[in-house]
Design a protein around this ligand. Structure first.
Ligand code: NAP
Ligand code: MG
Length: 492
């Protein structure tokens, strides 16, 4: 097997095994550890200490104490620390990209070009929003001399998934910290490394002890302790719909607002007048990004019958040209699936889809020869069939899409909307007026035109139906969601 040399600092970081967790400005360990696996080779990268309920309780206590002063800092002071953090992320971009690549399996170029710099930008964006927000808004009313005061909630809890550990963490915590909340973060057990490295940078940036705390731990142990603690004032969860529903229930009992960013099964509608080459390229790129482990990807492709054959043959050629390989290999266009469990799930979904009548146009299996057979790889897969197939409607979370032929553009919008999720859809047509009409009719948090996976700070990314509730990320509205509104009034 080809060997890869990590940078000295990346190497030194993973050598410090078991990795400790961070709260109250200090590094702690527990007796229990977990192996962190490289999905490209199924080998152990390092071990991480798993936080226990008492650690989580202590972390929440330290976040509660730290809030007393952090919640009252000037926005410019918080912004200064967030910008410092962004600077440190950029300084250590090569280390962070390597950690993300070996832990998640993603091509190093994706980590270097997207995950890490986009996270740095997030801290800068919310630093700016914190500085130009009006925290007291005069209401100009007749009977009262009154204003709205915007005040941070207190301790905000975060639980993250394994597909974009670093970037999703930034999307979550940057607005919370910028608004003056303190945070307790539980990364996914499968991919804790870049979040632990972020904790190191938070410490180096000089955030006061207790303001930001990072504790890997099992969802059923540390996760439960975090979500059910009555001292948390806000909950933010990114992950599966199933766990999200449970977290919503637990928080509901405590009357803690919960922001849930969950799964999806995005539809793409390729109209008869679409630029077929652009649609094939855009949708394939979106589906194969991060080996399809992207909640907002499009994995139901409705293609008009007049362009269907051309579209399918071009998509097949594209899928078959993709070079699978280890994330650290700069030639790789798609890495392995992040976990063995997820790879097994994808295999099962494809088998069930086939049993239910779907045709496998390409892919559908793991490569079983050579180096690739040792990792959790899965071939880019095109399924085709009827949208009554279970796996045309349920999230697979892998490099698998379902092709569905349609003939009527009005009817197809209705069919696309007959799905439990509501995260992100796209429409592909050269008629921009039609595109806008369809984009508005599709029920979801995000509707994209002639593109899929469109992100920019300031552009709100949210969800509806089974894809989530309680807010969304990346915009000024997200920031406002981390401030409670209080009325202050005196009778005139
Ligand atoms: P998951 O199984 O829901 O796990 C997510 C996180 O929840 C992990 O940190 C997990 O801990 C933790 N957890 C599990 N049970 C818990 C409990 N009882 N209490 C508290 N925490 C608990 O999801 P996943 O498999 O990691 O991620 C894939 C899913 O996330 C997909 O459905 C995808 O669509 C969704 N996703 C959505 C978005 C979005 O923005 N809408 C973004 C990314 C991913 P452990 O790691 O210890 O199990
Ligand atoms: Mg891993």
């Amino acid at each position: 097997m080809k060997t890869y040399t990590l940078q000295d600092q990346t190497h030194a970081f993973i050598e410090a095994s078991p990795q400790k967790f961070y709260f109250n400005g200090e590094w702690h360990a527990s007796e229990k550890t977990i192996d962190v696996i490289d999905p490209a080779t199924a080998s152990v990268i390092t071990q991480v200490s798993l936080s226990q309920p008492e650690d989580v309780a202590n972390a929440i206590g330290s976040a509660e104490s730290a809030f007393k002063s952090w919640g009252k800092t000037e926005p410019s002071e918080r912004a200064g620390l967030l910008r410092k953090l962004a600077e440190l992320i950029r300084r250590d971009l090569p280390i962070l990209a390597e950690l993300e690549s070996i832990d998640v399996g993603k091509p190093i170029g994706e980590a270097e070009g997207f995950d890490i710099p986009f996270a740095a930008e997030c801290f800068e964006y919310f630093a700016g929003v914190a500085e130009d927000t009006e925290y007291e808004v005069d209401l100009g009313l007749e009977l009262t001399d009154s204003h709205t005061a915007k005040i941070p909630y207190g301790v905000s809890a975060f639980v993250f998934p394994w597909n974009f550990p670093f970037c999703l963490c930034a999307w979550g915590i940057a607005p919370a910290l910028a608004a003056g909340n303190t945070i307790v973060v539980k990364p996914a057990s499968e991919t804790p490394l870049s979040t632990l490295y972020l904790a190191k940078l938070i410490e180096e940036a000089g955030f006061p002890a207790g303001v930001a705390n990072v504790l890997p731990g099992a969802g059923s142990v540390a996760g439960e302790a975090l979500i059910s603690d009555p001292r948390i004032k806000l909950m933010s969860f990114t992950g599966s719909t199933e766990v999200g529903r449970h977290i919503g229930e637990v928080c509901g009992r405590n009357l803690v607002p919960a922001k849930l960013e969950l799964g999806g099964k995005g539809a793409a509608i390729v109209c008869s007048d679409a630029d077929v080459d652009a649609a094939v390229e855009g949708l394939s790129g979106a589906l194969l990004f991060n080996a399809g482990q992207v909640c907002c990807t499009a994995s139901r492709w409705y293609v008009h019958e007049s362009v269907y054959d051309e579209f399918v043959s071009k998509a097949k050629a594209h899928f078959e040209s993709i070079k699978l390989g280890r994330g650290l290999d700069t030639d790789s266009q798609m890495g392995p699936i992040c976990t063995q469990k997820q790879m097994a799930k994808i295999l099962e979904c494809v088998a069930e889809a086939q049993a239910d009548g779907a045709e496998v146009i390409c892919g559908g299996k793991r490569p079983m020869t050579g180096e690739l057979s040792q990792g959790f790889y899965f071939e880019p897969t095109l399924l085709a069939g009827d949208d009554s197939n279970k796996w045309a409607q349920e999230e697979i979370f892998g490099p698998v899409t379902f092709l569905i032929k349609f003939s009527d553009e009005e009817e197809v919008v209705e069919r696309a909307n007959r799905n439990q999720y509501g995260l992100a859809n796209s429409v592909w047509t050269q008629d921009l007026a039609k595109a806008k009409t369809i984009a508005h009719e599709l029920v979801s948090g995000n509707s994209w035109i002639n593109a899929h996976n469109v992100f920019e700070y300031g552009l709100h990314y949210g969800a509806c139906n089974q894809s989530g509730c309680g807010g969304g990320v990346n915009s000024r509205a997200t920031f406002e969601g981390y401030l409670r509104q209080m009325s202050v009034a005196a009778r005139r």
